[in-house]
Design a protein around this ligand. Structure first.
Ligand code: SF4
Ligand code: SF4
Length: 331
């Protein structure tokens, strides 16, 4: 097929050109060996061999802790306003793109979140194909989410096939066309192919609370919450009302929360409707592999493998998922 091709040699020039369109960020390996999405300033190349960053790109859309409302006696309640300069995320793997699509469904739906909407509008997504490692499960559990991006670079011999999937991507492509060649190339292996399958009815059913696996997982879990912090689709937050000492001002803050924390399901009066860790595991499992609420049928696991890498207890939900979801798929 005829395709637009960019050679590895031209990649640095591509990054240089992209910086003209906004702040350019991508995966960079620090001196500590940790891969983070951060600024790709000149002289800071992206680490395109890294399978995953420690934190997913959700940190750009949902800040770990942020003010969502302010109050003063004079001005009353005010929504925060922030300047969002154009931001280009380069080097997103299909799982992270699918993770952003999941967050879009949560935060751009019928009642859109204003902060998320503004940040998302400023974001350009440039995906790149990758090779899964043993921690990944993108190729084992289907999700109906797709790896949607503005531009996508699919790895082929000597470089990448570049495709645009949005008007913004098309404009970018036009702006860098002298770096591209028209080439006859066999269809590149498309790592986005893992996505796009719907979950059928039986998968919506409740999970058997008597399965011994919930307690076995709970017995080993330390309750540290690392698995949720690093998950591209975990978006639970807590809301705090923080009054000022002057008695005339206050801020409403939201901060990342975690369904494996005991406090997650605690409500006023001390009532906790998921007080056992085993119940919390079942809840997490249900969210990740079956979806719930308005996103029923949208398993939230995009298979990035971060939770398995991050878990200090080495816990892995895949064997259970293979058994339960495999059984469902056979029905
Ligand atoms: S559950 Fe684990 S593997 Fe799945 S998306 Fe979240 S962090 Fe990635
Ligand atoms: S990372 Fe592991 S130990 Fe920590 S809360 Fe998650 S499952 Fe439990």
């Amino acid at each position: 097929m005829a395709a637009r091709f960019i050679s590895h040699d031209n990649l640095e020039l591509l990054l240089e050109r992209l910086r003209m369109y906004g702040n350019l960020h991508g995966p960079v390996r620090g001196d500590d060996g940790v891969v983070r999405f951060t600024a790709l300033s000149p002289g800071t190349p992206p680490d395109l061999s890294a399978v995953r960053s420690l934190l997913p790109p959700k940190k750009y859309l949902l800040h770990p802790r942020e003010t969502i409302l302010t109050y003063t006696a004079d001005a009353g309640y005010q929504l925060p306003s922030e300047e969002n300069s154009p931001l280009i995320l380069f080097g997103l793997h299909p799982c992270d793109l699918a993770g952003i699509q999941y967050l879009d469904r949560l935060f751009l739906g019928d009642d859109p979140d204003l902060l998320y909407t503004a940040r998302r509008a400023a974001l350009t997504l440039i995906g790149i194909s990758c090779t899964p490692d043993d921690f990944c499960s993108c190729h084992r559990f289907a999700t109906p989410l797709e790896a949607v991006s503005d531009l996508f670079l699919a790895s082929v011999d000597g470089g990448y096939v570049v495709t645009s999937s949005s008007p913004r991507g098309y404009e970018l492509l036009k702006g860098v066309q002298e770096l591209l060649e028209e080439r006859e190339i066999e269809s590149p292996e498309d790592s986005r192919r893992f996505f796009g399958q719907a979950v059928s009815g039986p998968a919506f059913s409740e999970l058997d609370a008597t399965l011994p696996e919930w307690q076995e997982l709970a017995n080993h879990c330390l309750g540290c919450g690392a698995c949720s912090l690093c998950c591209p689709t975990c978006a639970c937050f807590d809301v705090l009302e923080c009054g000022g000492l002057d008695g005339d001002s206050a801020v409403r803050v939201r901060r990342w929360d975690n369904c494996l924390f005991k406090s997650h399901a605690q409500v006023a009066g001390g009532m906790n409707f998921r007080k056992d860790r085993a119940e919390r595991f079942r809840y997490r499992y249900r969210h990740k592999y079956r979806g719930f609420g308005p996103l029923r049928g949208f398993p939230a696991c995009v298979g990035c493998g971060r939770c398995r890498v991050a878990c200090p207890a080495g816990l892995d939900l895949r064997p259970l998922a293979e058994r339960l979801e495999g059984a469902h798929h056979e029905q």
